[in-house]
Design a binder for this molecule. Structure first.
Ligand code: ARG
Length: 282
């Protein structure tokens, strides 16, 4: 099966509240129609980039009043045809749990998933945004702190029967692991060191040899370039600097830049706009 991504159409997208430091409801409200038009164009460009890189894209509809549904990376974790439905920390996003649960059930009815499971009450876990599968090391890197609960990584390990690494996120800016950590297909880890605690950095450095570590610069992180989707030798990301494109080229990766400015107004980039549906751990 080729890489299959779930995307949510931005029909009902807007920036109407702020639950992370990047969100700009004021900027959005200056010209909502223009921002929405731009969001639609960016969405189509992202979809085309994923397809051109060999991905299959499935698009579902969002729902009115739930603008952040455009970030399905937060909808749940899908591994080995099992979907663990997310539980959101902020009330602004909790309404997404029901429609995403229904979307996973629909995928199950279609034969794409075997099981849809939920978290125990009281635990927050914001999907693949805080759980990144690493196929070369056969483990999941899990983030917690600003959004997902400290108990979530253990539950993930138990649910999927996999090894996990727990990484505490140290800042509000880098509130999901996918904003500051990206595993490339050949095992390189592109990450933003300042987003992690000393313990987290030690975990990363203990597991990834120095020659495979690619440190993001301030600019790369602020442009949401760490929030990237990597397919074999191509990486789809929000607009990078020339310097970053060059650093990836040296390692044999080609970058497809997509203008995602209207989604960065909500604090999200390419990876959070997707959810991989076909990952297998064995
Ligand atoms: N506005 C959304 C939030 O704060 C953005 C989510 C971006 N998703 C991600 N996986 N980083 O929840």
């Amino acid at each position: 099966m080729n890489p299959t991504y779930l995307l949510v159409a931005p029909t009902h997208y807007e920036v109407s509240y702020a639950i992370n430091p990047w969100m700009r409801p004021g900027t959005w409200s200056e010209d909502p129609a223009a921002h929405l038009a731009e969001a639609n164009a960016s969405f189509r460009a992202l979809q085309a980039a994923l397809q051109a890189a060999g991905g299959t894209v499935r698009v579902i509809d969002g729902a009115p009043g739930l603008p952040d549904m455009v970030f399905p990376a937060n909808a749940g974790i899908v591994l080995d045809r099992i979907a663990l439905v997310a539980a959101f920390r902020f009330p602004q996003r909790q309404g997404e749990e029901k429609p995403f649960h229904a979307a996973f059930e629909a995928l199950r009815a279609e034969g794409l998933l075997d099981r849809v499971v939920t978290l125990p009450p009281g635990m927050f876990q914001e999907g693949a945004g805080d759980c990144i599968w690493d196929r070369t090391r056969r483990l999941a890197w899990t983030g917690y702190g600003p959004r997902s609960s400290p108990e979530a990584p253990g539950l993930i390990a138990e649910t999927f029967g996999i090894d996990i690494v727990r990484l505490e996120l140290a800042t509000e800016q880098f509130y999901h692991l996918d904003t500051c950590f990206c595993v490339l297909p050949r095992g390189e880890v592109f990450f933003y060191p300042r987003a992690f605690t000393a313990d987290g950095l030690a975990e990363i450095r203990a597991r990834v040899p120095a020659e495979l570590l690619i440190e993001a610069e301030d600019d790369d992180a602020a442009r949401f370039c760490v929030n990237a989707v990597a397919l074999e030798s191509r990486i789809v990301m929000a607009q990078p600097t020339e310097r970053l494109i060059g650093r990836f080229a040296e390692r044999g990766y080609a970058v497809t830049p997509v203008d995602l400015s209207s989604f960065i107004l909500s604090g999200g980039g390419a990876y959070c706009m997707t959810l991989r549906l076909d990952l297998a751990t064995r």
